[in-house]
Design a protein. Structure first.
Length: 268
């Protein structure tokens, strides 16, 4: 979807008028909320009906190949193919002298939820907390609010823990240095620097090199997991989150952090 939006937005800007505008609109109410339409409207020259029929033909730039604007004539073809592979459709409406509206529709989906029902949630054991014991800290570096919410729900069941969060790798590094969390949970695809780049910085800093960093990523191919472990992640978990696996990994990482703290003389 990101690639489709890039293609539509770049076309809307390239073929616009001087001082023109581009408007992106999202309509989630189509077909009773079962479909979502994203529209990209420009104020360019517009296209006559006979040209609209040629828009999604490969390498057909509708005469723009003689203009100063660069292009290959395959952006819309690629967008159409990508949308159709996602089970959607793409189209265009245009008026000469007024501009064009390129749109695509996809099936709406429910937001992610914990893959555990209430009975399973109640069965998840909660560790006992000794009186006066300080909660242990988990830092989660994640830019997706839905994923962060899932982890918040899980950590809420752990009275022995508190959760810090960062929306990007650079902020995550700052929080790790300032708060010294016992464990860091790291997404891979982050804005700015990637999770792997952030891990390298944490590993190269004596103040944070001892902290176990667990990857939690949608990059779930075997080569992605191998690459992550080779980079130095303590464990590599994949999305969607498997609750028992996540909690087990968290306990292992916390025990590792405790042992490392004892070895170095830091307060466990």
């Amino acid at each position: 979807m990101k690639q489709v939006l890039i293609n539509l937005l770049s076309n809307a800007i390239k073929y616009n008028q001087p001082n023109g505008t581009v408007i992106v609109d999202v309509d989630c109410s189509r077909n009773g909320g079962q479909r979502t339409r994203v529209s990209v409207k420009d104020t360019g020259a517009g296209l006559p009906p006979e040209m609209l029929m040629q828009l999604f033909q490969p390498f057909n730039r509708l005469g723009q190949e003689r203009s100063a604007e660069e292009g290959t004539g395959i952006g819309l073809v690629m967008s159409k193919r990508l949308v159709e592979l996602m089970g959607g459709e793409i189209g265009v409406e245009s008026s000469v002298g007024l501009g064009s509206v390129f749109w695509f529709e996809l099936n709406s989906v429910a937001p992610p939820e914990l893959a555990v029902d209430k009975a399973e949630a109640a069965a998840i054991p909660q560790p006992e907390v000794q009186a006066g014991a300080q909660p242990r800290t988990l830092l989660y570096v994640e830019d997706n609010p839905a994923n962060l919410m899932l982890i918040e729900q899980l950590i809420a069941r752990r009275p022995d823990m508190r959760l810090l969060s960062a929306r990007d790798g650079n902020l995550g590094i700052q929080l790790a240095r300032a708060n010294q969390p016992e464990v860091i949970l790291m997404d891979i695809n982050l804005p700015g620097i990637s999770g792997i780049e952030a891990l390298k910085i944490l590993r190269g800093d004596p103040a944070t090199a001892h902290i176990p960093v667990v990857a939690l990523s949608a990059n779930a191919m075997p080569r992605d997991i191998e690459k992550g472990l080779q980079a130095g992640f303590f464990r590599y978990l994949t999305k969607p989150i498997k609750v028992p696996e996540f909690l087990d990994t968290l306990d292992v990482a916390l025990e590792f952090a405790r042992q490392e703290a004892c070895k170095s003389g830091r307060k466990p």
